[in-house]
Design a protein around this ligand. Structure first.
Ligand code: GUN
Length: 282
């Protein structure tokens, strides 16, 4: 039976460390402020943004919300971002994705100043991650790394299989595992022998957005299983990409949904915002 990796508890430890850092900065008269931009009425985005603001309150980071209506034009959003780029009070800028149709996410991301890009989505930051010389780690992959480290399982030399190749999770996750000297395989929708590849994973990361994609027959005995999925079932319940009930019988460690990766994403965002404030005040 797998040990459950408690993302809520681990994220709280991270946030408490961040809180201490914020206090130290305050003593040096440096305040930390995150601008949170949300466009439209996506209910899931509203929940995420509220959780991010709550985390800011907890650690002592000031948060400024910019809630724009669904019909906001791309130019209006870009103008706001440019204003926030210039604003010395603002250390980090987070534009909650997805954006309404008609707004080009790529254009929005590349308009955010790389130094304020606390999501690490900008090409400059992505490139820095690729070469292993970065200020910001992408929030969800960095949170997953903390969860894996919490198990005490050594990463070096292990076979790590990442299912999903998104810019937000799959690709950067693979890179972070590679930096830790894992042997990394990336699987995706065109992978032919997904089950067989997954069966060889010592560390398995599911980041696809497909409920219960990973079943027990795909998991090696004792593997570390990290579930990045966050899927809403027709009955309203949240579930991950991993069939938790059956996989927990086989895995060595497993993250629950909710209460696994999600809280870690937010904790890393808090870390990145403090890093931004430090870099900007150097
Ligand atoms: N939408 C889903 N995940 C994220 C994230 O990590 N950051 C932002 N900005 N939007 C998201």
């Amino acid at each position: 039976m797998a040990k459950i990796i408690d993302g809520k508890q681990i994220s709280m430890q991270v946030k408490m460390q961040v809180k201490e850092e914020v206090q130290q900065l305050t003593e040096q008269q440096i305040s930390v402020c995150l601008a949170v931009v949300i466009v439209g009425n996506d209910p899931a985005s509203r929940v995420y943004v509220n959780n991010k603001k709550k985390a800011c309150d907890l650690v002592g980071i000031q948060s400024m919300e910019y809630a724009l209506p669904e019909e906001t034009t791309q130019q209006e959003l870009l103008t706001l971002i440019e204003k926030l780029n210039q604003d010395k009070q603002i250390n980090g800028i987070l534009v909650q994705l997805p954006l309404p149709k008609g707004i080009d996410e790529k254009k929005v991301i590349e308009t955010i100043s790389p130094q304020k890009d606390v999501d690490a989505f900008h090409a400059v930051n992505v490139g820095k991650i690729m070469i292993g010389n970065y200020d910001f780690l992408p929030c969800t992959p960095a949170g997953c790394m903390d969860l894996i480290r919490s198990t005490g399982v050594e990463i070096q030399g292990k076979h790590c299989v990442v299912i999903g190749r998104s810019n937000i999770v799959g690709k950067p996750m693979s890179m972070l595992m590679l930096h830790e000297n894992a042997t990394v395989t990336i699987c995706h929708s065109k992978t032919v022998n997904l089950k067989e590849v997954c069966q060889t994973a010592d560390i398995l990361i599911a980041a696809v957005g497909k409920a219960n994609l990973v079943t027990a027959d795909m998991v090696k005995q004792g593997a570390v299983v990290i579930d990045v999925g966050m899927n809403r079932l027709p009955n309203g319940k949240l579930c991950g990409d991993v069939d938790f009930q059956t996989v927990q019988e086989v895995a060595g460690y497993i993250t629950p949904v909710p209460g696994g990766v999600g809280p870690m994403t937010i904790a890393t965002l808090m870390k990145n915002t403090v890093t931004a404030a430090k870099v900007q005040n150097q």
